[in-house]
Write a protein that binds this ligand. Structure first.
Ligand code: SAH
Length: 270
């Protein structure tokens, strides 16, 4: 831009639209048609690692920004991502904010939508297939089942269940009789399985851990409320993984021999 070139001043440009796009759990075939189209057509894609290696590989290098971790390894503050979205939109660009799964399920999409609205930037929400449902599903676990579960709760396992100020009432969850799906719950698995047992949930309740659902090398570990921590440790299950707690996790046994979802040579293992 040369001095006096007012036409290039960002404030003169109509803001571009920000698309809050859920990528689905990671298999590119599970992107929505709209998500795929926007990835091809947008000026820039802001993403982190959760959409998975296959989808990230598809993004043209000159049009993508990794806003997951900064050099040094710590997570980019949400405020910085919010500001970048507004900055790019004010340059007139169409911007995809790509999140794993669905942006509005533990994806901070709600915060981004509020920030964009407060800064008068138009945005569109493009729902994605959440890993909370899809990761269990591709492992043969339906989150509801007429015989086993009439409700399902999605909770974060990030919090310390022993803290009084924990936002999650594990004792109440133990009493619903429905399925409990825990996201971000690999590290604190021992804490919340214990909290559920102490609240009276049957220690024999089936539990499944689905690691990297639909990614190459997806793995599944199964056990009960009592044994799942050992299963996690034996298989060295690490994030991203979802924990499914409830009788539905046991119904996997009935279908797994005929389940043909295939996510690469390292897949499975039961
Ligand atoms: N918005 C995302 C969730 C973000 S929170 C969604 O709707 O799926 C991050 C957590 O999501 C991870 O810790 C893990 O529990 C879960 N997760 C995301 N992708 C996953 C995948 N492919 N397989 C298993 N778990 C996944």
């Amino acid at each position: 831009m040369t001095a006096g070139d007012v036409s290039a001043d960002a404030t003169d440009v109509d803001p571009g639209t920000v698309y809050l796009v859920g990528s689905g759990p990671g298999d590119p075939d599970l992107l929505t048609v709209r998500a795929r189209r926007l990835l091809e057509e947008s000026d820039v894609v802001l993403h982190d690692k959760l959409p998975g290696p296959k989808i990230i590989e598809m993004l043209p290098e000159d049009r993508r920004e990794d806003v997951g971790k900064r050099a040094g390894g710590e997570r980019t503050p949400q405020s910085e991502i919010n500001e970048r979205l507004v900055e790019l939109a004010r340059e007139g660009k169409s911007v995809v904010r790509l999140k794993g799964g669905d942006s509005f399920v533990f994806g901070r999409g709600g915060e981004e939508a509020e920030y964009l609205a407060a800064h008068e930037v138009p945005f569109e929400v493009v729902p994605g297939v959440t890993s909370a449902i899809a990761a269990p599903a591709v492992a043969g676990v339906p989150v509801t089942h007429r015989d086993h579960a009439s409700s399902v709760s999605f909770v974060t396992g990030h919090e310390d269940p022993t803290k009084a100020e924990s936002a999650i009432d594990w004792a109440a969850l133990a009493k619903t009789g429905g399925t409990i799906v825990v996201l971000m719950g690999v590290g604190r698995l021992p804490d919340y399985t214990k909290a559920l047992r102490e609240a009276g949930m049957d220690p024999e309740t089936p539990v499944a851990l689905v690691e990297r659902g639909t990614w190459p090398g997806q793995r599944v570990a199964t056990g009960t409320l009592e044994t799942i921590v050992d299963a996690r440790d034996e298989r060295d299950i690490s994030p991203p993984a979802v924990t499914v707690i409830g009788d539905v996790a046991g119904s996997r046994e009935l279908v797994v021999d005929f389940l043909r979802n295939d996510y690469g040579p390292a897949a499975e293992g039961a």
